[in-house]
Write a protein that binds this ligand. Structure first.
Ligand code: HEC
Ligand code: HEC
Length: 343
């Protein structure tokens, strides 16, 4: 399995570097095991609406899972990064001006998932939704590219995925026709790899709950460095090092393990304050809006505490990253970032 980090430009303005699988493009056999959950279920899935599911779905979609950061037009320049009103779920085209035109000749098409019957999800069944979210199979049976974080959503419980579907169906229908995505490669079985941290056998229920939320929030996808083949560096998990460049600035994700070079100075209260205010550490500096704090801040204190308990329990990693310092070369993540020369 070969993954590379590519530079993508949203509508030609916002550039984002995210790991994308190239297994098929390279013709390399995937070494990844296809897990049971990645095989599409044969039974039908039903998401019966209820007030409770509607509320839970809103909490997950607009909070933890931040679906509209991709399936809407994010306003990264307003200090929050929330979707522009009226674009929630309507999808978009992410253009890459640099090196990606062969793989995505027309850009990455993020589908319209609002209930619009003509251009969105109005005619899709609950099973079609569920298969896309947890198994990476589109409503038309196509294998989805791993830009859609289905491997992270795979762990969602039946109740939570049903809630997400119930909420998606309650959204206003937005008529937003988008072209079918053309790919310069064939999507093979299961492209996306989720990174499993070593969950200690003695992990408390709070830590386990935190890990459940961390996956849905995809913290590990952003806060882990990737090697030159685009594979996540497993023993650096949560150690930071992914470059994200765009309207929000040019930043490298920081180390969020409890190593002194990470966030050992945080306690749960400071973590919650950081997420709620969008200001880093002791409130000294605004966080770049690509960090989805404006979604995560909608989570309860209980859930944010669980997330903190989990990240506090993972293996501490040495890696200094500070986006407020001038960039210098880092031998750990092989790129320039603030405090890179200290590594
Ligand atoms: C990091 C960006 C990103 C996030 C976050 C994201 N998606 Fe997606 N999603 C995509 C992309 C890109 C595709 C299209 C992939 C393809 O066509 O191969 C997609 C496809 C889908 C599809 C399949 C649509 C179809 O045409 O069959 C559904 C349903 C969907 N997403 C729902 C969701 C939901 C619900 C969430 C939040 C729980 C979510 N997505 C979060 C990027 C994202
Ligand atoms: C889309 C990528 C992305 C995701 C997903 C993401 N982060 Fe971040 N995070 C960032 C970036 C980029 C920064 C640095 C922003 C800056 O320096 O301005 C950051 C900063 C932080 C900080 C501040 C660290 C400091 O130096 O004080 C914390 C804490 C943090 N993230 C925790 C998390 C947690 C926990 C999750 C999951 C619930 C998460 N992040 C998900 C990109 C992401």
């Amino acid at each position: 399995m070969c993954r590379i980090s590519v530079s993508l430009c949203l509508r030609g303005v916002l550039c984002i570097s995210l790991p994308l699988s190239l297994a098929a493009a390279q013709g390399s056999p995937s070494t990844q095991q296809v897990t049971a959950a990645s095989v599409a279920p044969t039974s039908e899935f039903y998401a019966k609406p209820s007030a409770q599911r509607l509320a839970r779905g809103k909490y997950l979609v607009e909070g933890t899972a931040h679906c509209f950061e991709c399936h809407g037009l994010s306003d990264f320049g307003n200090g929050l990064g929330q979707p522009k009103p009226g674009t929630e779920g309507a999808g978009q085209i992410i253009k890459d001006d640099d090196n990606d035109d062969k793989m995505y000749p027309d850009g990455i098409i993020v589908p319209n998932i609002t209930p619009d019957r003509e251009t969105g999800a109005g005619n899709w069944t609950d099973s079609q939704f569920e298969r896309a979210i947890r198994h990476g199979i589109g409503h038309d049976g196509r294998k989805l590219i791993d830009f859609m974080p289905y491997a992270y959503f795979r762990s969602m419980t039946d109740e939570d995925v049903a809630s997400v579907i119930v909420y998606m169906r309650s959204l206003p229908a937005i008529n937003n026709p988008l072209p079918k995505m053309r790919l310069g490669f064939e999507v093979k079985t299961d492209m996306q790899q989720e990174m499993e941290p070593a969950l200690r056998p003695d992990a408390t229920d709070q830590i386990r709950h935190g890990w459940y939320l961390v996956r849905i929030a995809q913290c590990n996808g952003c806060h882990t460095p990737y090697d030159d083949k685009g594979n996540p560096v497993a023993d650096m998990m949560f150690g930071g090092g992914l470059r994200l460049k765009g309207e929000w600035g040019d930043v490298v994700t920081p180390n969020i393990t409890c190593h002194p070079s990470g966030i050992s100075h945080y306690d749960a209260a400071m973590f919650i304050k950081t997420i709620r205010t969008g200001r880093a550490s002791a409130g000294v500096r605004d966080l770049a809006t690509v960090m989805p704090f404006s979604y995560f801040r909608k989570m309860s204190d209980e859930d944010l505490s669980a997330i903190f308990a989990f990240i506090h329990s993972v293996k501490p990693v040495f890696h200094e990253v500070d986006n407020s310092e001038p960039p210098t070369f880092c031998t750990i993540c092989k790129q320039a970032h603030g405090l890179g020369d200290r590594n």
